[in-house]
Design a protein around this ligand. Sequence first.
Ligand code: GTP
Length: 597
Amino acid sequence: MQERIRNFSIIAHVDHGKSTLADRILQMTKAVSDREMREQFLDSLELERERGITIKASAVRLFYQSKAGETYIFNLIDTPGHVDFGYEVSRALAAVEGVLLVVDASQGVEAQTIANFYLAMEHEHTIIPVINKIDLPGAQPLEVALEVEEVLGIPADECIFASGKTGQGVDEILEAIVARIPAPKGHPEHPLQALIFDSIFDAYQGVIPYVRVMDGSIQPGDRIRIWSTGKVFEVDKVGVFRPGALEPVARLGPGEVGWITAAIREIGDAQVGDTITLAQNPCDAPYPGFQPAKPVVFAGLYPTDTQDYNRLREALEKLKLNDAALSFEPETSEALGFGFRCGFLGLLHAEIVQERLEREFDLDLISTAPSVIYRVKLTNGEEIEIHNPSELPNPDKIEAIYEPYVKLTVYTPEEYVGSIMQLLQEKRGKMGNMHYVGKRVEMVYEVPFGEILYDFHDRLKSLSRGYASMDYEQAGYQEGELVKVSILVNEEPVDALAFIAHKDKAYGIGREIVDKLAEVIPRQQFAVPIQAAIGGKIIARATVKALRKDVLAKCYGGDITRKKKLLEKQKEGKKRMKAIGKVDVPQEAFLAVLSAG
Ligand code: GTP
């Protein structure tokens, strides 16, 4: 049975056409009829579809009849395409034996092509290089195949030229999956060892872990144990993935990919990367490499309408059922009232959560600027973690502050190296090494995570005219000379606007923020001073001038519709404001720090 199974993933740099190719494979294996075929079948969340990115790994089982006339089971496991979700990619890869490494024929090898290639190598996977989008007028398939050989060491003649769009070359890919990717090698007689590579929450069935059975087998009625928690559950159903449906089967054997229901109520009991075994006859060790999902970026989320606090809590609880990486705890801000401090895997994850809260739960939210986690050693010897800049203790209580660093890899044509080095210097990056990889230069730096969180990627793209690409991984903590900058609106410190910055940059950022705030805070009946301060010392100041006329004064009497329009506009603007003292402060203001520095 196992010799007819092929488990594989598709990996690629963002936008190189992974989803489009997956769709085409589904269509060509008749998993979906042409009529049913809608674009990007595997990306099931509405949001994913709209943003055109993959945020949740998912799987599908296909049947393929080879040219030699034999039928194979293909399990295609989809991987998320963004660096925020790197851990999920590594777990998805643990569930397969081979990958299609997709490279855009007009773009060539990019940072994530290389990062994903190394991940696949770590798992000792078979790698099938696919030079994709060969239908594009700017495609240079042969050059890119040579680049793949030079940079990744995969012989150019192993590359398959294809187009997910036209379907050209896809039959060759399907044959290569059969011929090149090995069948799984699980032991049917060993105790069950199943790796959780994803999970979803269903209102009726609870948490449904998606598993790859490594050894042994699992069937309804089995009592299973979750390795990291030791909790035991009774299996209700097991099954496989069919396009758009979970199809029950009698059992899942070694090498198979499928799902389990066992009345698991909490997502924490079936976390991605954990191992499932049998309670009575457990395996010796878990599948290696499990790490519980760990948020690295924190932000405050507050309802614009204080009445919505409970609805926000319920919505977060619901989202959390489906998203083990999301964390939240109640937080009170003097400025914003009652809300939650939420932890995310990265900025994209934060944006997605906020968007889902607003769209699916109809909430109107104010979010504070996302911040990294600082570690602080106090003079009394205690060590604390700071998830919210306003909580940083006074300097006289602090012995040292440590900030998180990432190992950043930038991959660029040579001509942009100079300006990228300058950018990285500005971001306090420390150069690791730099060398040629094919026609491009690979630059490796250690950079404070907080410095690249906001606009770094955009700036990298714009100064390299879109040619440079990047990838990063967390790289531990280092001591930094950091200070807390408080922002005062109308002489009152606003806790939700406080931020932490390097001491040499605090003045510049403080200046930019007060200017930005003076711009976005609407005029009031009185002049409003905006100040930035370190400790008791004011380092920058700006003023929102007093309002001269009210908004209707402009329309001398007559024009009713224009009046209505103006009032309407004013109302809309108000929607997302928070009154701080006597001053209305719009959402933009709370994110002003994102565009500074
Ligand atoms: P992420 O999920 O964000 O990583 O992106 P992806 O790699 O899945 O890329 P996707 O399939 O969404 O394709 C990115 C863009 O390239 C889309 O605009 C596609 O229409 C286009 N595209 C994908 N494959 C082809 C192809 O073979 N030829 C051409 N001309 N365009 C393609």
